[in-house]
Design a binder for this molecule. Structure first.
Ligand code: GDP
Ligand code: MG
Length: 175
């Protein structure tokens, strides 16, 4: 059973982006298939793991969630250390959280490994009528900065599995 499962790779992936964009709920949905509407601000550095099979290899994804340190430059370098992937999350109903992506990218590129795989995520796509960020704006940033891009809903489970699988498959491909 699980006890003797052989792990081929452990990949650290960090979640970053403004407070309240849905990072914690994306992780809860992916790791435990849970969602909460009144999630409290994350306290303490936390990560969750999920083991999955890609190309017949057993991969343990270690996904880190910010400790409510989303203020600019407050995330410490320890958080980024060893990360091979990053999910840059904004709230597609909050323009400001998207405009801050340039800062988060700058911070990420300053701390992280050269060939870190980055995915831009527009979360809360279930709130389509409140959209404040056109998809084309995000696609343009993604193309210019060489990022993967997807819109997700942690609430409705839209693209959550897919975005994690996509980034982990790319990480596996280049390692
Ligand atoms: P974090 O600060 O980035 O970790 O954000 P949280 O995961 O704590 O989420 C902040 C708020 O947005 C909470 O009230 C969540 O329930 C809500 N939320 C998160 N993801 C979604 C989503 O996909 N759709 C909707 N409608 N609300 C979401
Ligand atoms: Mg959080």
């Amino acid at each position: 059973g699980d006890y003797h499962q052989k792990i081929d790779y452990v990949f650290k992936v960090v979640l970053i982006g403004d407070s309240a964009v849905g990072k914690t709920q994306l992780l809860a949905r992916f790791a435990r298939n849970e969602f909460s509407l009144d999630s409290k601000a994350t306290i303490g550095v936390e990560f969750q793991t999920k083991t999955l099979i890609i190309d017949n290899k057993t991969i343990k994804a270690q996904i880190w969630d910010t400790a409510g340190q989303e203020r600019y430059r407050a995330v410490t370098s320890a958080y980024y250390r060893g990360a091979v992937g990053a999910m840059l999350v904004y709230d597609m109903t909050k323009r400001q959280s998207f405009d801050h992506m340039v800062r988060w990218l700058e911070e990420l590129r300053g701390h992280a490994d050269q060939n870190i795989v980055i995915m831009l995520i527009g979360n809360k796509c279930d709130l389509g009528s409140l959209r404040a960020v056109p998809m084309e704006d995000a696609e343009e940033v993604a193309q210019r900065e060489n990022l993967f891009f997807m819109e997700t809903s942690a609430l409705e489970s839209t693209n959550v599995e897919t975005c994690f699988l996509t980034i982990l498959t790319e990480i596996y491909r280049i390692h």
